[in-house]
Design a protein around this ligand. Sequence first.
Ligand SMILES: NC(=O)c1ccc[n+]([C@@H]2O[C@H](COP(=O)([O-])OP(=O)(O)OC[C@H]3O[C@@H](n4cnc5c(N)ncnc54)[C@H](OP(=O)(O)O)[C@@H]3O)[C@@H](O)[C@H]2O)c1
Length: 266
Amino acid sequence: MENEKAVLKIGFVGVGTMASAIVRALISYGSRDMQIFLSPRSAERTKKLAAASENVHVAASNQEVLDNADWIVLGVTPQVAEEALPSLKFGGNHHLITLISPVSLSRIKEMIPANIEVNKVVPLPFIEHGKGPILLYPDNKKINSLFSDLGHVVTVENEYQLDALITITALASPFYRILSEVIDWGSQHDLSVEKSADYTLSFFEALLHRAQETGTDEILDLWREMTPGGLNLKATQSLEERSGFSMWHDALNVVLDFFARNNSEE
Ligand SMILES: NC(=O)c1ccc[n+]([C@@H]2O[C@H](COP(=O)([O-])OP(=O)(O)OC[C@H]3O[C@@H](n4cnc5c(N)ncnc54)[C@H](OP(=O)(O)O)[C@@H]3O)[C@@H](O)[C@H]2O)c1
């Protein structure tokens, strides 16, 4: 990856849920010429990925992945990283991209018997469809450009910011719960689930679009745009009376505390 036209040689050590989603995304959305090398475990999965593109190859060992690639994506669990990394021979051409969100970069560097650059990339499963945020720390022009083909890259200034943004991903289930509650409410008011869902999803999609169009200087106040005495004011007041908004901060604090405690135990 020394110049923009060179073939990118990317290796994956650990081809589980996240790494295979990235490989599928690279096959579908990657704009660079690349050769992809996969570690041999999870044989069924790696076989399918290799069948999906002539540019994907299954290596005979983790070391063979390193011997063939310059960019090494680490997609194993923290415990496996502790066991597998110290015995791998890294060279001066290598640059490690760790997906292991709970383990700090300094801890990963301690596990590697060589002084190479390491960046953390935290995608979400939506990456498989070329969508969703992809966290990158520290920023790196080439990694940023590679992953920008696969989703929306967001860079941060330190690992605490990384943890704070990862905390927000815990709201996926609560978000779907809100959708479920609203759609269900409609179905209890003479609507079919289909009709209620059809309207609600289109409504929330439009709200999200509006929010995305709004500048960050106004985003915190978008909710204030409501008719005095109108429907939105009634709903806002009803939720405020029950601490229905401050409890979202509470939930995020609970998750961040849990995340920070677990990370420090790694
Ligand atoms: N899943 C997510 O949504 C997500 C999101 C962000 C970050 N992450 C991070 O990404 C990392 C991977 O997560 P995951 O969900 O993809 O995990 P996973 O599905 O459990 O994948 C781990 C992979 O590592 C393989 N493996 C085990 N021992 C190995 C070894 N010695 N050498 C090479 N490969 C080995 C496993 O193979 P076998 O199956 O054969 O044991 C498996 O394919 C984690 O550290 C996690 O923190 C995950």
